[in-house]
Design a binder for this molecule. Structure first.
Ligand SMILES: Nc1ncnc2c1ncn2[C@@H]1O[C@H](COP(=O)(O)OP(=O)(O)OP(=O)(O)O)[C@@H](O)[C@H]1O
Length: 355
């Protein structure tokens, strides 16, 4: 995609997207509702016209090529299966339209059914299938067409939590097995983290950050990405800054606690500090402290919420054991390299001392 834009009437919803997706890559477009990710996918598919810029597949400009001539297959959130047809007929329908011989159709449907473990369901109709099985039929319909690229539009959002996890694993396995290029749209950052080779974080019609899941998790380039990727959410605290004895410090709003900064922000700048919940540890000398207000036991992990002043909560994530009891006062600290500092424009400030 080169400078891809999309306007509906006077409203621009995609504002200049540059993105190179490699052959056999699994790329996940993730972002909040209304950010433009579905519109981007639909422009790739040819279901939506492109207002500006160029879309190329294998070096060929595709802007005006018909959807069925782009060599893509799309799997929708709604599955879009034909209710009156059997699973086998649903899967072979596009091949029949393309005048593929019956023998070839049967071979492709059987191969796909084997991969998706649908062999024993080929004669059923969609109404006789579970949600997960229907989703697998929708994927099977894409597989039989041997597309250059698979496009997925929130394919798991109608499934219950357990089935979503199972399908996530199956899709990752399918990606390896088919060595296919896949572009996957979701608002669920866990799906993005677990399945993607690279994540594209979209916000307000532009790419906010692009990288491997761990790159994005460890080095979010903006406050938006920091808050969006990661569960539980990264702790974000606004603070004033000052120079004290030659050391830049952040002064938290609530109790004037001081936190030494690894970067020198512009003089007098207000910054946002970011610390992941798992980076906080109990430390009687720690810079953050207050009363424990809520403890959530999730089994293997525990979330402790500490009121650090003015009702601002710090979330701490630990293993099975909690930090204390509700009502206890605790202090916490964090390794200096786990502190993220974002400037007034929301962009990460670089660590000048290390560069
Ligand atoms: N046909 C249309 N006409 C006018 N505006 C549209 C149209 N389709 C989408 N939009 C607007 O474009 C913006 C982006 O929509 P899009 O569906 O791409 O968002 P999204 O990130 O996929 O959100 P969601 O996760 O809710 O589907 C939204 O503000 C939406 O209201």
């Amino acid at each position: 995609m080169k400078g891809i834009r999309k306007s509906f009437g006077g409203l621009e919803v995609v504002s200049g997207v540059d993105l190179h997706i490699k052959d056999q890559e699994f790329v996940v477009l993730v972002g909040p509702s209304g950010c433009g990710k579905t519109t981007l996918l639909r422009m790739i598919a040819g279901l939506e016209s492109i207002s500006g810029g160029e879309l190329l597949i294998d070096g060929q400009v595709m802007n005006r090529v018909r959807p069925d001539e782009r060599g893509l297959a799309m799997v929708f959130q709604s599955y879009a299966l034909y209710p009156h047809m059997t699973v086998a007929d649903n899967m072979s329908f596009a091949l029949r339209l393309a005048k593929v011989s019956k023998a070839e159709r049967d071979r492709k449907v059987n191969d796909a059914a084997k991969i998706l473990q649908l062999d024993h369901l080929l004669q059923r109709r969609p109404a006789q299938l579970s949600g997960g099985q229907r989703q697998r039929v929708a994927i099977g319909r894409a597989i039989v067409r041997d597309p250059k690229v698979f496009l997925f539009d929130e394919p798991l959002s109608n499934l219950d939590a357990a089935l979503r996890i199972q399908m996530r694993i199956e899709l990752a396995r399918l990606h390896k097995q088919l060595s296919a290029t896949m572009i996957y749209v979701t608002h669920d950052q866990v799906e993005a983290m677990t399945m993607a080779d690279r994540i594209v974080v979209v916000n307000k019609g532009v790419i906010e950050q692009l990288g491997t899941p761990m790159e994005i998790y460890q080095n979010p380039s903006t406050v938006f990405v920091a808050g969006f990727i990661g569960s539980p959410k990264m702790n974000l605290f606004e603070a004033d800054t000052a120079l004290e004895n030659g050391q830049a410090v952040a002064i938290l709003d609530n109790r004037g606690q001081r936190i030494p900064l690894p970067v020198d922000p512009p003089r007098g700048a207000r910054v946002t500090l970011g610390i992941r919940p798992e980076a906080l540890n109990v430390d009687s000398q720690g810079p953050l402290g207050g009363e424990i207000t809520v403890i959530e036991h999730l089994g293997g992990e525990t979330l402790t919420y500490i009121d650090i002043g003015n009702g601002k909560l710090a979330t701490v994530k630990t293993g099975e054991a909690s930090l204390g009891q509700v009502g206890d006062t605790v202090r916490v600290s964090f390794p200096p390299d786990r502190l993220h500092v974002f400037g007034p424009d929301g962009r990460a400030l670089l660590n000048h001392r290390n560069h």
